[in-house]
Design a protein around this ligand. Structure first.
Ligand code: GLN
Length: 491
């Protein structure tokens, strides 16, 4: 058997079905790859060798009985923001300490229902706040990609940096991730992976540690568009335990792969051409548009006039919601408690010790913009901007079926390069936060390498609940780009 860790999810499922290897063999191959790579990449925070092997054996038995599910036997990684029963779930914060949930998040439960195997928990920015994985209490993840001729460690992006790095380094067939303002899509772009944030409400938020509840959405990071479709198909679905979970059946997303896109109208928003954007990104965007045109799509110049306010609005709304969601970490129920002289002092000391600097910054901003006197000036204003941004998209979708944009304003940057300047870091999210503010599906896929050999991605934004069109278009781009580059296994 050649190295099965290099397979796509679809190919591995095929190999399992044809009995070329068992889930246990596949799982063992991944566990060995993780053990070898993790000291260098730091992608996993917890590796569950025994649990993974036990799940794989059960899966092999199920397949032998002819009861194979959609993802039967496929080893996956789980972002540490998802609660996993009996397995440490920390959001990569000291505030959660050694927390072991007594329940399973709905999204991961769906994956296990369909036969997938859990390899472990993946590193991330603390409470999913960050764009470089440097705010994790477990230290940064290292991007498996390096620039041509350089040994410098690069960021895999964030907050789902562990998920993206693990997929890119062949440490799992796919991974769960979450996206509040780009945390699936920016790491996918930085690691040459495919990531989709579905429509808000597609995936249940139940059992996912909350950051900003009106923006948070789960989705997969995978090696191909088809793999992402398969994973999302399993992860999504109505859940009565999340009041924002959408009713109705989940489409078979993988059937959208290979569908003709002839006649579709694709919007190219002029506001996404930002100052200082490298020529390579301009060129990639134009090339993507040309590929879609060649497949029979019509390109339409569109305007999303409120785009310039999206980033400031996001960095008011997300911290506001975070400051409320994170009020529960007071040292009583979870994580480290630092005893003070009275109850208030214990709360204060526990929170000061439990939260890292970026999380503290978000809580302070959030409390400020929600406080009396500032609420109208900041939070309410940001909510109005959010409504305008959603309206911009609604107007655009009167004319077009999907929108094509760059994924990020640059390729992966060096660890440490931007960690000293929060605003520089926030600017990374310029193309991704709009889809969260409007609740729309956004998919990122790699289509080219930068001049120094790093992956660059494009983003497709679809109408609400129209992931299928996004998948069909993404597959056309994937085919045209034939992006086959993989990082060298230097670890
Ligand atoms: N980078 C953004 C932030 O720091 C997005 C995070 C996310 O999507 N979870 O808020």
């Amino acid at each position: 058997m050649s190295d099965p860790t290099a397979l796509t999810l679809a190919a591995a499922l095929d190999g399992l079905a044809k009995k070329e290897f068992s889930s246990l063999e596949l799982t063992d191959a991944f566990l060995a790859a993780i053990d070898k790579a993790n000291p260098a990449l730091n992608a996993f925070t917890t590796i569950v060798h025994d649990k993974a092997r036990a799940m794989a054996k059960v899966s092999d038995a199920r397949r032998a009985k002819g009861e194979a599910g959609l993802l039967e036997g496929a080893p996956l990684g789980v972002k540490d923001l998802f609660c996993t029963e009996g397995v440490k779930s920390t959001a990569c914060s000291r505030a959660l300490g050694e927390f072991k949930p007594t329940y399973e998040s709905s999204v991961t439960a769906n994956l296990w229902r369909d036969g997938a195997v859990m390899l472990g928990k993946l590193n991330m920015d603390e409470f999913a706040m960050g764009s470089s994985n440097e705010t994790s209490a477990y230290g940064p993840v290292v991007n498996p990609w390096r620039a041509k001729g350089s040994n410098q460690n690069l960021t895999p992006g964030g907050s789902s940096g562990g998920s993206a790095a693990a997929v890119a380094a062949d440490l799992c067939l796919g991974a769960t991730a979450t996206d509040t303002g780009g945390s699936i899509r920016q790491p996918a772009a930085f690691t040459g992976s495919v990531g989709i944030k579905p429509t808000y409400g597609r995936c249940s938020r139940w059992g996912i540690v909350a950051f900003a509840s009106s923006l948070d959405q789960a989705g997969p990071i995978a090696k191909t568009v088809k793999d992402a479709a398969l994973l999302l198909q399993s992860m999504a679905g109505h859940d009565p335990k999340d009041s924002t979970s959408l009713p109705g059946p989940t489409p078979a997303f993988s059937q959208a792969i290979g569908k003709s896109v002839k006649g579709l109208r694709i919007g190219v928003p002029k506001e996404y051409r930002v100052d200082g954007m490298p020529d390579a990104i301009e060129a990639l965007w134009a090339q993507g548009a040309a590929w879609l045109e060649a497949a029979g799509c019509t390109l339409v110049d569109i305007s999303l006039p409120h785009t310039k306010y999206a980033l400031p609005a996001y960095y008011i709304i997300a911290p506001a919601e975070a400051s409320s969601n994170l009020a529960r970490y007071d040292g009583m129920r979870f994580g480290a408690r630092v005893q003070g002289k009275d109850l208030d002092d214990t709360y204060a000391k526990s929170r000061a010790a439990g939260f890292g600097a970026e999380v503290q910054r978000r809580i302070l901003i959030g409390a400020y913009v929600l406080s009396a006197g500032y609420y109208d000036a900041y939070y309410l204003k940001a909510q109005k901007v959010r409504a305008r941004i959603a309206e911009d998209f609604a107007n655009a979708f009167g004319q077009v079926d999907a929108i094509l944009t760059p994924a990020t304003p640059s390729a992966a940057f060096a660890l440490g390069e931007r960690s000293g300047d929060p605003v520089q870091m926030y600017l990374n999210d310029i193309f991704t936060v709009t889809a969260n503010l409007a609740g729309l599906p956004g998919l990122v896929l790699p289509t080219a390498l930068s001049h120094d050999g790093l992956p660059l991605g494009l983003q497709l934004i679809g109408k609400a609940l129209d992931e299928e069109t996004v998948f069909s278009l993404a597959h056309v781009l994937e085919d045209a780009a034939a992006f086959k580059a993989r990082p060298a296994h230097w670890w």
